[in-house]
Design a binder for this molecule. Structure first.
Ligand code: G1P
Length: 293
């Protein structure tokens, strides 16, 4: 009985993908097209993110979206008219492709009616999380690497039985874009975190380690999130709830060494497209294009 309980508490089977932002950093591209739906190689960004979660053994995924972002849900739900047309015209390969997308995972869509920040988005999934550990994967960020970022975090979570999130080295001039943290090194790549500041000025940054968009939490994070007031940018911040959690429980950071693409910047969007195309079945096409430049 006890064994069952502790396994349940260590195994991460749920994930939240916040994807409700207004995309104000990437206009006009994201006016009618959600940032998470921007294509990278041959699928939308958010599909890369969902596939990362699935590859880490996660089956139940809640996407926190906005009422202006219907196309995200449309991409993952069956489109009977199209399926019928493909069936009738014998395009069975295409039919198989879209059916696969419809059955990737158990997806649940939760609408965040007001854009009050990442912490508020997490709280929208309170019922979905229940009393389970959960992963958070930002819906506009693609991570590649082996193991994949969420899988790497799940290993640390299982070993340490405590919340953990991924960090990477950032530049001093970029501290205003990230949650920035500090703590004590306990193992290669792993730190016991004691300080977290959301988007500090360079002179206030506790280090140059930035929160990179992948997390695994014990359910008590929600207790802290509920007590969190508005923070940086007038928004309810996840980083502030993590700071509160770190005062009462162990909270670890894990330095991720794979690639991260923030599909909210032109540079990372272009780079993801090129690098991931080269690593894909489309490699000959992209190499041919590049040769002509
Ligand atoms: C969010 C988090 C921040 C993190 C960043 C990574 O900020 O609040 O702590 O460093 O993602 O991209 P946002 O980019 O949503 O402003």
């Amino acid at each position: 009985m006890n064994n069952k309980k502790s396994n349940k508490n260590k195994q991460v089977t749920k994930a939240i993908i916040p994807a409700a932002g207004l995309g104000t950093r990437f206009l006009p591209l994201t006016k009618a097209q959600p940032k998470e739906m921007l294509p990278v190689v041959n699928k939308p960004t958010i599909q890369w993110v969902i596939e990362e979660a699935i590859d880490a053994g996660i089956k139940d995924i809640a996407i926190i979206t906005g009422d202006h972002k219907q196309s995200i849900e449309n991409h993952f739900r069956p489109f009977k008219k199209l399926e019928k047309a493909l069936e009738e015209s014998g395009k069975l390969e295409e039919l198989d492709k879209i059916r696969k997308v419809n059955s990737l995972a158990n997806l649940k869509f939760i609408i965040q009616h007001e854009q009050k920040g990442l912490g508020h988005a997490i709280l929208c999934a309170k019922e979905f999380i229940g009393d389970n550990p959960f992963a958070v994967l930002l819906g506009d960020t693609i991570c590649t690497g082996s193991p994949n970022c969420t899988k790497g975090l799940a290993r640390v979570f299982e070993e340490r039985e405590a919340s953990v999130f991924a960090v990477e080295k950032i530049k001093l001039e970029d501290t205003r874009r990230y949650g920035v943290i500090s703590g004590n090194q306990v193992e290669d790549q792993i730190m016991l975190v004691d300080k977290l500041v959301e988007k500090p000025e360079p002179e206030d940054a506790p280090s140059l380690l930035g929160i990179q968009g992948r997390y695994i939490f014990t359910p008590d994070l929600l207790v802290h999130q509920e007590k969190t007031n508005k923070g940086a940018g007038g928004e309810i911040q996840l980083t502030d709830a993590m700071q509160s959690l770190a005062r009462e429980s162990k909270l670890y950071s894990w330095t991720f060494t794979g690639n991260r693409y923030d599909i909210g910047t032109m540079k990372d969007w272009f780079q993801s497209h090129l690098e991931l195309s080269i690593a894909s079945e489309f490699s000959p096409i992209i190499k041919e294009v590049l040769k002509k430049l």
